[in-house]
Design a protein around this ligand. Structure first.
Ligand code: SAH
Length: 409
C-alpha cells in the first residue's frame, strides 16, 4: 500500500482496493478520475461531487464514486481548480512532505542548473509543490504563494524553515499577487520580508550581472525562464541588434557580448531605469528607448531601418484561449515587421510565453509572417523554458515558453 513517500511521483495508486484514509475526503466524477488517470494533477470544481467538511486549504483524500482511492490533494474552496494532487498515497505529515519536496527540488537544480546564482528553485506542480513558487536571486529568495493550502501558517513556517536550513539566504521575501489572493479568497497581505533585512542584491546569469531589488521586482522579478535562451541568443547574434520588449535588459546585455550596437525598447520607464543600471554594472553601452513596440516597429520598418539581430519577447498576449485570435494577430504583426527589417544573414529570436498559443500555432504564425515579408527563413533552434522551470509531460500547463532562433536569407 502506498504511504506518503516524499518525492514519489503523483501517479495514482495502482491497487484498486487501497483503503481510503480517515479525515476529510473529496469524491470526484468519472471525468475527474480519468483526468488523474492520464497523469494530470488537477481536478476542476465541476468534477468534485462532494468535498464534505473539507476546510479551505485542507489535505484531502481523493476517491471516486466507486470508492477507489486516487491519492491526496490540496483542496481549495474557491478556485476553479478545486483539487491539486500532492501524493499518490495518504499524507500523514504534510509539513514534513513539503520539506522533503523542497530538498528534492533543490537537488534537481543542482544537477541541471549551471552558470547562474539566479534560478527558479520551486515551480509549483512541476516540483510536486502545487501553489508554491520560489525564485533564488543570489542570497535572496522570493516566494509566491498561490493557494489556500500553501498559505496556511504552519505550511509557511515549514517552508521557510527548510529553505533557510538548505540555502542560508540573507533574506526570504514574499511577492504577493493581490488578484490571486482574491481568487483564492485569502485575506489581503502585503509583500515583504519573512527572514532577514536585505532587500537588494546582485545576481549573475551566463556571466552577465543584474541588480535585484525585492521592491522593484515585486511584480515580476526577472524572467528566469529565459536564462538559457539569453545564452543561445548571444551565441547567434551579431552586428546591429534590437531587443524589443527588453524589460530590464537581459537579452540586450547578452547581445552586447557579440554585437557592435544594441538598442533595447520597452514601454515601461521603471524597467528601463533598471536596464540602464544593469548596463552600467556590466560596463556596456546600450541605447534604451521608451516606446510602444508596435508603433516603433511600424515606423522603423516603413523607414526601412535595418538590423542584423532582432529579439522579440512580448508579454503573454493570450491570457485565455478566448483571445487567441487577437494574440496570433499581434505575434504576426511583430514578426512580420521584424523580418522585413533584418539584413541578409540576420538573426531573429522570437518568443511567446502564452501557454494558450501552442508551439505549432506559433511556428505557423512566424511562417505566415515570413511569407508575407517575402523572406526565406531557416530554423536554427526551437527552444523552451530553462530547465529550472521543469515541464511535466502529463501537465501541459507547465509547458508554456516558445523561443525560436531563426536565420533570415
Ligand atoms: N525580454 C524581457 C522580458 C520581457 S517581459 C527579459 O527577458 O527580461 C515583457 C515586457 O514588455 C515588459 O517589460 C513590458 O513593460 C513590455 N511591454 C508590454 N507591452 C509593451 C508595448 N506595447 N511596447 C513595448 N513594451 C511593452
Amino acid at each position: 500500500m502506498p504511504t506518503d513517500r516524499p518525492g514519489s511521483t503523483l501517479r495514482p495508486a495502482k491497487s484498486k482496493r487501497t483503503e481510503i484514509p480517515a479525515g476529510p475526503k473529496a469524491v470526484i466524477s468519472v471525468r475527474g478520475a480519468n483526468r488523474l488517470k492520464s497523469g494530470h494533477v488537477w481536478v476542476y470544481r465541476s468534477d468534485v461531487l462532494s468535498a464534505g467538511d473539507a476546510a479551505p486549504g485542507a489535505v484531502v483524500a481523493v476517491a471516486d464514486a466507486r470508492g477507489r482511492f486516487w491519492g491526496s490533494a490540496l483542496y481549495s474552496s474557491s478556485s476553479q481548480i478545486a483539487l491539486r494532487m500532492i501524493s499518490s498515497g495518504p499524507v500523514r505529515d504534510f509539513p514534513g512532505l513539503l520539506r522533503e519536496r523542497v530538498r528534492n527540488a533543490l537537488a534537481y537544480r543542482e544537477k541541471l542548473v549551471h552558470d547562474t546564482d539566479a534560478y527558479r528553485l520551486v515551480f509549483s506542480e512541476a516540483d510536486f509543490l502545487p501553489g508554491l513558487i520560489v525564485d533564488r536571486y543570489n542570497d535572496i529568495l522570493s516566494l509566491q504563494i498561490l493557494t489556500q493550502a500553501i498559505d496556511a501558517e504552519p505550511v509557511r513556517a515549514a517552508l521557510v524553515a527548510e529553505l533557510s536550513a538548505q540555502l542560508k539566504p540573507a533574506a526570504i521575501s514574499e511577492r504577493v499577487d493581490a488578484h490571486i489572493r482574491e481568487l483564492e479568497m485569502l485575506p489581503a497581505r502585503e509583500s515583504g520580508l519573512f527572514v532577514g533585512e536585505k532587500t537588494s542584491t546582485m545576481f549573475t546569469m551566463n556571466g552577465v550581472r543584474f541588480h535585484f531589488d525585492i521592491r522593484e521586482g515585486q511584480k515580476t522579478g526577472a524572467f528566469l525562464d529565459q536564462r538559457e535562451n539569453y545564452a543561445a541568443a548571444a551565441q547567434h547574434a551579431h552586428g546591429e541588434a534590437l531587443d524589443v520588449f527588453c524589460y530590464q535588459g537581459a537579452f540586450a546585455l547578452h547581445l552586447a557580448k557579440t554585437c557592435s550596437r544594441v538598442t533595447g525598447v520597452d514601454s515601461s520607464r521603471p524597467a528601463l531605469e533598471v536596464a540602464d543600471r544593469n548596463a552600467l554594472l556590466n560596463q556596456r553601452e546600450i541605447a534604451w528607448m521608451e516606446a510602444n513596440a508596435f508603433d516603433l516597429l511600424k515606423d522603423y520598418s516603413v523607414a526601412r531601418r535595418q538590423y542584423d539581430t532582432i529579439v522579440l519577447d512580448p508579454p503573454a498576449f493570450a491570457k485565455t484561449r478566448k483571445n487567441l485570435e487577437t494574440a496570433l494577430r499581434g505575434y504576426k504583426e511583430l514578426n512580420l515587421r521584424a523580418l522585413k527589417m533584418l539584413r541578409t544573414g540576420g538573426i531573429l529570436v522570437t518568443c511567446s510565453c502564452s501557454y494558450h498559443v501552442s508551439e505549432g500555432e506559433f511556428l505557423e504564425v512566424v511562417t505566415d509572417a515570413a511569407r508575407d515579408a517575402h523572406r526565406t527563413v531557416r530554423l536554427i533552434e526551437k527552444r523552451t523554458q530553462a530547465k529550472d522551470h521543469p515541464i511535466l509531460l502529463a501537465v501541459p500547463e507547465t509547458n508554456y515558453l516558445k523561443c525560436l532562433v531563426l536565420s533570415v536569407t
